[in-house]
Write a protein that binds this ligand. Structure first.
Ligand code: GAL
Length: 654
């Protein structure tokens, strides 16, 4: 690992010198320098430009570009160009191409057109990454590397044929050893699915009735995730040995759901992610209402953005991270792509810093006048004139952004295997792992709480007082152990469906909470997946307390050696427990924003964790940083909160 650890917050930009005439490079670098930028990220899609035919390298253009940045005091992050294998390589080795869920081989003509398991592709990646690393190992301006680009993004984690499908049986054999074990683990007694040879096992697509076994799907997802991790590891090994002084990072995707990012992050010096707050709300947050999407159409939603910051900071145990691509104008890939509100670029930058970013890199410098991203903006317009984002970056006062370490006492637990399992059988078309996760995360943020997002295995790294597990539906024995180890020192809040499945994705034979029975001390009675037009009333065991309404999912419990805090009123679950509490855990069975918020609030009070008496107004959030608070206002109107006046789309450090 390099010893790089940031001392100051810095900003930079993604640049594509290969997209503009070389005569403009000097001028661009001068503007970048005068904007106060420290970094440029380069070359992540430039394979065909660097190696136009196999073995024929053309480095001069990139050498010249890097020299020009260097002359202007800019430091360079190079992307390994493996997200875009060139046409000549695909022509020579079409077997590199991935296969979609309908069994169709994907075609050349965009990006990410490769199967991570392809040995042929890996050989070529090793070659190009080694050549590039050797070329720039000693260039003084080059400081670090981004591996590939957004690994697994745009539905490219899983390939349903080719090299992946061929390797899957080997991966399974290594994992299970015998087919009996696999048949048992997957429950293949069901629908006569027992396998008698490893080679019979294929990718879980195109099954006759399109309902593949969820345990089969889970293992295929794990396998494809492992292939990405393995694929990246090859690059990390080369970069470490050829450029030992350089840092290595990777730019993860918004609400990434495909690859186990805790595994992907191992071996990186720090994590980065790509933040597009407007598209995030419009495109990824399928659960949000039209009203919310309209209100925050020009800023994105504060909780969704901060959740991603907290998630990526957590991958490497709360280390500073980078935003490798920060939206700085309108994007092009969501259903609608509004212009950001005035002030949004500054607001996003400040929020990223408060959540632990040490660098924010804007995407991109000059808008492209060709190809897929012709409709995307940059700091400069296509004609080279400054665009709106440029002027905002000009006004940024980054010297206010002093780097600090977070020291939070509340953990929110996240796990990719639960995510996959939940989403493979949501049992309600409006439910997803992230939806349920966001309900709990927002409940915390509305109360003014700053939190860490962690994997169960990271729980013991900090002395957490409160641990919230929104959607931990699948528990491996290791995760269950990590949770149980904390049960003397922390209080847990679990969401619905907790500990419902074992490591193979099967429901526990003894019923829900089999692995956490020492903490939860209740039993599942029923679960109810409700259509959006149904509601379920929930009442408190305390007299005269407010009622809540459950939506989409309510499950009820038999309270064995625990207390019932809330119960259902009316409907099929009438009278049954909705929220139960034992010594170390509260389990919430219903999805209800107000119920979740009030459970968190009561619990914080009893643990002496300071919370807001009145929830923060919508669009306003607070983050603790360096014994100060960053207040953000994502609303397009001024608002007065905590004795402070916040102007529209703005922030204040108090
Ligand atoms: C990102 C991607 C960039 C660019 C950008 C456009 O997801 O990494 O290459 O496509 O989106 O918003």
């Amino acid at each position: 690992m390099t010893s790089l650890s940031a001392k100051h917050f810095s900003i930079g930009v993604c640049d594509y010198p290969e997209h503009v005439p070389a005569e403009d490079w000097q001028k661009h670098a001068r503007l970048q320098q005068s904007l106060g930028l420290s970094w440029v990220r380069l070359a992540e899609f430039s394979w065909a430009k660097i190696e136009p035919a196999e073995g024929q390298y053309q480095w001069e253009w990139l050498d010249n570009a890097i020299d020009i940045y260097a002359q202007h005091g800019l430091q360079v992050v190079l992307g390994t160009p493996t997200a875009t294998p060139p046409a000549w390589l695909i022509t020579a080795h079409p077997e590199i191409l991935p296969v979609d869920e309908n069994g169709q081989v994907k075609k050349f003509g965009s990006r990410r057109h490769y199967d991570h398991a392809s040995e042929t592709y890996r050989v070529h990646c090793v070659r190009i990454v080694t050549a590039m690393a050797k070329r720039y190992a000693n260039h003084t301006a080059v400081k670090g590397w981004q591996t590939d680009n957004e690994l697994g993004h745009e539905g490219t984690t899983v390939s349903y044929g080719g090299a992946s499908e061929a390797r899957f049986p080997l991966w399974l054999e290594e994992k299970y050893g015998t087919l009996n074990k696999l048949n048992d683990a997957w429950g293949n007694a069901f629908w006569s699915q027992d396998y008698t040879t490893w080679q019979q096992i294929k990718a879980p697509n195109l099954t006759a009735v399109r309902q593949a076994n969820p345990s089969h799907k889970l293992d295929y997802q794990r396998f494809c995730s492992d292939m990405i991790v393995e694929f990246q590891k090859l690059q990390i090994e080369i970069l470490r040995s050829v450029c030992p002084e350089h840092f290595i990072t990777h730019n993860c995707v918004i609400f990434s759901a495909e690859c186990d990012l805790y595994k992907l992050a191992e071996g990186l010096d720090f994590v980065a992610w790509d933040s597009y707050p407007i598209g995030m709300l419009e495109f990824f947050a399928t659960w949000e209402s039209e009203q919310v999407k309209t209100e925050y159409a020009r800023t994105g939603s504060p909780d969704l953005v901060s959740l991603n910051h907290d998630l990526y900071r957590g991958l490497l145990s709360q280390k500073h991270f980078w935003v490798m691509e920060q939206q700085c104008g309108h994007a092009n890939w969501a259903q609608f792509n509004p212009l950001p509100a005035d002030g949004a670029v500054k607001l996003w930058t400040a929020q990223a810093w408060a959540h632990g970013a040490s660098s924010v890199i804007y995407f991109r410098f000059r808008a492209s006048h060709f190809a897929q991203e012709i409709m995307h903006s940059g700091l400069l317009k296509q004609n080279g004139q400054p665009d709106r984002g440029y002027h905002e970056v000009e006004q940024l006062a980054i010297s206010d952004f002093e780097l600090g370490e977070s020291d939070n006492r509340i953990a929110v637990v996240h796990d990719y295997e639960s995510l996959w399992s939940y989403n493979h059988q949501p049992h309600n078309q409006d439910l997803s792992y992230w939806y349920q996760f966001v309900l709990f995360y927002s409940g915390l943020r509305k109360l003014g709480l700053t939190v860490d997002i962690v994997h169960p295995k990271q729980l013991k790294q900090r002395n957490y007082k409160l641990v919230v597990c929104p959607a931990l539906t699948l528990l491996t024995p290791e995760s269950a152990r990590s949770i149980k180890e904390m049960s003397d020192s922390a209080k847990f809040i679990f969401g619905p469906r907790t500990d419902f499945r074992d490591q193979y994705g099967k429901a526990a034979e003894q019923g829900q909470f089999q692995q956490l029975k020492s903490l939860i001390k209740g039993q599942l009675l029923n679960f109810d997946s409700m259509r959006p037009t149904l509601n379920q009333t929930i009442i408190s065991s305390k007299p005269n307390d407010v009622q809540h309404q459950g939506r989409l999912w309510c499950e009820s419990y038999q309270a064995d050696e625990c207390q019932t805090l809330y119960r259902y009123q009316g409907g099929p679950l009438d009278g049954q427990a909705a929220v139960i509490e034992s010594h170390s855990a509260i389990t919430v069975g219903a999805l209800s924003e107000s119920l979740i918020e009030s459970v968190i609030k009561q619990q914080c009070k009893s643990l002496h964790i300071p919370v807001e008496d009145v929830s923060l107004p919508d669009g306003v959030r607070v983050t603790q940083i360096n014994n100060k608070q960053l207040l953000v206002n994502f609303n397009q109107h001024a608002i007065s909160v905590k004795g402070q006046e916040l102007s529209p789309v703005n922030y204040k450090l108090v």
